[in-house]
Unconditional design. Structure first.
Length: 301
């Protein structure tokens, strides 16, 4: 059990997708994630988190799952012997609304904080600058050069290694270890993304990695979709989360095979071309597939 010197903090990476951009709810004008201490009056961890999010952002919360508990000794802003802060982080999935809360809330794009993670338009240019910084770190310690090179190639898809979208957390932690990001003392650089308070960017990276992996075996993406949507909207939402482009015929074939959606009978004219059929999520399949899993595989171009 935590002692009297231990403080429990609840923190949320609240995610929405708007206009094909994955976004996170922030406070302090984009510098931090909604958070607050767990107090005796809170009925549960989740109820405490919902209360803090409500106070700070005024945004309703739907889907919520625990991410990870961060308990490193150096997390505490107080430091020394004044206590340790344990952060219990959560991933929330919502549909974006205006946030009238008191904590200067606002929505910011994922890739504002992690510009190297968006490969929908090809390999981002910022990786060139990042690779140079990592090379300097690699050669700085000759005895570990080979090990560092392997880790870098694997995480960032360098020297013939494939890009793995699920390694978002490993990539950020490698940049932190190399001292390249601002949170680790690196200089401010658009290539390494916007910094956040304490380790909030690490927590956001954890949420991104979790969601990217989870959309492949659970239908959580529908928590981010409007009630009625086109197949193109669904594909672009998945692409925005993965930071990848998908093969359109293969994606639609896989959606058909999973029987996750059904036609509404309506049509949408928002595509700018021919009217497109509107679909909705088949809630009846949720229980049917709870054990076997519902997949939205990422079939790359």
């Amino acid at each position: 059990m935590p002692d009297s010197q231990t403080h429990i903090e609840l923190i949320a990476a609240l995610t929405a997708v708007t206009s094909d951009v994955p976004r996170v709810m922030t406070v302090r004008a984009g510098e931090a994630l909604p958070s607050g201490p767990f107090e005796l009056g809170h009925r549960s961890l989740q109820s405490g988190l919902r209360e803090w999010i409500g106070d700070q952002t005024g945004h309703p919360i739907g889907y919520l799952e625990q991410l990870y508990t961060f308990a490193d000794r150096d997390r505490s802003s107080a430091g020394g012997d004044e206590g340790r802060t344990i952060s219990i982080s959560y991933l929330g999935l919502v549909r974006e609304q205006a946030a009238p809360g008191a904590g200067k809330p606002g929505w910011h794009g994922w890739y504002e904080y992690f510009p190297w993670e968006d490969h929908r338009n090809g390999r981002p240019n910022c990786l060139l600058s990042i690779a140079k910084g990592l090379h300097a770190w690699i050669i700085a310690e000759p005895s570990r050069r080979e090990h560092r090179q392997r880790r870098t190639d694997f995480a960032f898809g360098l020297d013939g290694s494939p890009w793995n979208e699920d390694l978002a957390l490993q990539r950020y932690e490698l940049l932190y270890e190399a001292g390249i990001v601002a949170e680790a003392g690196g200089k401010a650089d658009p290539a390494t993304g916007r910094p956040m308070f304490a380790d909030h960017r690490r927590i956001l990276a954890t949420g991104i990695a979790r969601l990217r992996a989870k959309i492949k075996y659970r239908p959580v993406v529908f928590e981010l979709m409007p009630e009625n949507f086109t197949l193109l909207q669904l594909q672009r939402t998945v692409e925005s989360l993965a930071g990848l482009t998908l093969h359109k015929p293969n994606f639609r074939r896989l959606i058909d095979q999973q029987e996750l959606i059904e036609e509404t009978g309506g049509m949408s004219s928002e595509t700018g071309g021919r009217p497109a059929k509107l679909f909705r999520y088949r809630h009846a399949v949720l229980e049917e597939r709870a054990l076997s899993g519902s997949r939205l595989p990422l079939s790359r171009n």
